[in-house]
Design a protein around this ligand. Structure first.
Ligand code: CTP
Length: 426
């Protein structure tokens, strides 16, 4: 794989829409060898205008029509062009490249690439990625009309459709090669619409309700002071956003944070643990609940009506009383959420504490978070370990360090998989 680094310092496209339809969607665009490849430059622009993050693979054939540099400039990303580059493999192996996206879009898809895909060949990066991906694939074929009509191409097409590949059917008309017939790449606007439609339709959690708690709680001491913690709400908000994108109807109960409310999520803003619990209870029944909030375990016994004054050098003694445990309350509730997920913020004895918490809280999954040394609260990245209650015990999966948004994608993908294999009646 040959990388072409960003050559364009400033973003070319600044999406104007505050909620562009493809926001946070990661598209891996494979550009194959067809004369229509020149149109993929415009496609990259339009996908990015719609909010998508676009990473490209340019096949050897595609590179006969457009240059990697123009693809790099428009996508503002590496462009991958062949399979065996050690540097690139170290940066992003071909398996990760195949999976680190929400959709693989092949536009234009040549007859050759379709044939190799249909036959499971892995003789270049594009074909290898198509074989290795576990993500949905959308193909926009473009080729000479006789090649398109050829029985070999049509049989390859039928094979791919049977395997679940989605197709943007080529249009009829005058072709760049001088012939007339079916095989022309549809207008770029049409391809972008099909991509947006794909994400609208591809919502495996449609019909599910989800509750997410996020952020800290603030426990008032007097009219101007509170007890709180350093939680930013980034992880909880990212989880709510991903669940909504997967089609769930999401209520986010959030403590005071500066994170923007995620698109398509209904937000209940609270301050204290008591308020958070009450808000959560109003959302039941829920299919899925994720308690990502850093709830204060204690609150001052009574908040004073007026500001606490200092009294010379005298110490101030506060009496703190326990707050309700929201996660444990949800676990014991008659309307217990079908899939209940908690976090464990630990600074020491991580594994032991996580096992103990999973059992004590009564949740189904627990995400262990090492919060020692200030490496999680307020930061954009994290690493987690997922513990799951299974009929035979507890399973443990390490999720490598990555952005909180990517972690949220990972967790929601695990939830989708869980629902595909098990019932979790609310
Ligand atoms: N939690 C909750 N209500 C509380 C305290 C915690 O819902 N009053 C939830 C958190 O949202 C998280 C899980 O319980 O999902 C574990 O929180 P954590 O802070 O790790 O543990 P605590 O229960 O507070 O226990 P400790 O402070 O002793 O580690």
């Amino acid at each position: 794989m040959t990388p072409f680094k960003n050559i364009c310092p400033a973003p070319i496209l600044a999406p104007m829409n505050p909620h562009p339809p493809l926001a946070h969607r990661r598209i891996l665009l494979i550009i194959a060898g067809s004369i229509a490849a020149y149109k993929s430059l415009d496609l990259i622009r339009r996908l990015r205008e719609a909010g998508a993050d676009v990473r490209c693979i340019l096949t050897r054939g595609g590179a006969q029509f457009i240059t990697p540099l123009s693809v790099a400039a428009l996508s503002e990303n590496h462009v991958y062009t062949d399979l065996f580059s050690l540097t690139d493999e170290q940066e992003m192996g071909h398996i990760r490249l195949a999976r680190d996206c929400d959709l693989v879009l092949v536009a234009p898809a040549s007859a050759n690439l379709m044939a190799r895909f249909a036959h499971g060949l892995a003789d270049d990066l594009a074909a290898t990625v198509l074989l290795a991906t576990d993500k949905p694939v959308l193909l926009a074929p473009a080729m000479n009309p006789v090649m398109w009509q050829n029985q070999a191409t049509q049989e390859n097409l039928a094979t791919l459709i049977r395997r679940g590949v989605k197709i943007i059917t080529p249009e009829s008309g005058d072709m760049a090669c001088g012939e007339t017939g079916a095989g022309r790449l549809p207008e770029i606007a049409e391809i972008v619409t099909r991509v947006i439609d794909f994400f609208t339709a591809h919502k495996p959690l449609t019909g599910k309700t989800a509750l997410v708690t996020s952020g800290p709680t603030h426990e008032p001491l007097d009219p101007v002071r509170f007890l709180g913690n350093r939680s930013s709400g980034k992880q909880g908000h990212a989880l709510a956003a991903e669940l909504a994108k997967a089609g769930a109807s999401v209520t986010l109960v959030s403590g005071p944070v500066s994170e923007a409310p995620p698109a398509g999520v209904s937000v209940i803003s609270v301050e204290t643990a008591d308020q958070m619990l009450n808000a959560c209870l109003t959302t039941l029944p829920a299919d899925i609940a994720i308690c990502a909030a850093a709830v204060a375990d204690f609150r001052p016994e009574a908040a004073t009506a007026t500001k606490i004054k200092k009294n010379g050098d005298a110490a101030l003694h506060l009496t703190l009383v326990p707050n309700p445990d929201i996660l444990a309350t949800l676990a014991r509730h008659p309307q217990r959420p079908g899939l209940l997920i908690g976090f464990a913020a630990e600074t020491n004895n991580h594994l032991e504490n996580a096992h103990r918490k999973l059992a004590a809280k009564g949740c189904d999954w627990l995400l262990l978070n090492d919060v020692s040394g200030g490496k999680v609260f307020g930061k954009d990245t994290n690493r987690l370990t997922l513990f799951r209650q299974t009929p035979t015990g507890t399973s443990q999966t390490d999720i490598p360090p990555q952005s909180k948004i990517d972690l949220a994608r990972h967790i929601v993908a695990a939830i989708i998989k869980e629902y595909a294999t098990h019932d979790h009646p609310a």
